[in-house]
Design a protein around this ligand. Sequence first.
Ligand code: GLN
Length: 206
Amino acid sequence: MVSTFPSSPKANCCRRVAGNAQKTAGILALQGDFEAHLKAIDRAGGHAIEVRTVADLEQCDGLIIPGGESTTMLKLLDQEGLTEALKRFAGHKPVYGSCAGAILLAREVTNPAQVSLGLMDITVERNAYGRQVDSRIAHIPMPEGGDLEAVFIRAPIIRRLGAGSTVLAAYNGDPVWVEQGRNMVTTFHPELTGDVRVHRRFLGKL
Ligand code: GLN
């Protein structure tokens, strides 16, 4: 079953973050905008390290896969021997993917089809809003109040949600922030705005 807009991520963020002060969020740093995620975790009150090797990954309580180019990231993951390590990691620790990261987490990828880590039972269509010029900033009204500023850059659209998905934000009727089990994706880039709601929610999972 797919539910929409559950309890506010804001409501319990502070207690959770404070209670997990020693936890380490890994940011996959092979390609893409990993530095912005590092800063966003800092703004959200967490501790983050860059992940380039299996040894780096082993120090983490959760992982963020940033935006960038999913095909390039897949190649680099293979080269670093991180693909299988990451799948094992995801067997018991939370992974959050933004944009290209969301594409890597999806079980099924279209436009064109490509392999992925398959950590969430969703289908995503790559570059679904059109070409680079169609990148945009949207203001999404949130149930707990206020707008969520969402930056879309050659973003995918989530075309199918598997069982147990929770839609935390939607734009033009499409889910853009989805949680499934311990994992989470956004098709936008929260790390590029001052809004730390997404990163706080991730820290709450560690
Ligand atoms: N279009 C990119 C891809 O398909 C994702 C873009 C992004 O991460 N901003 O991998």
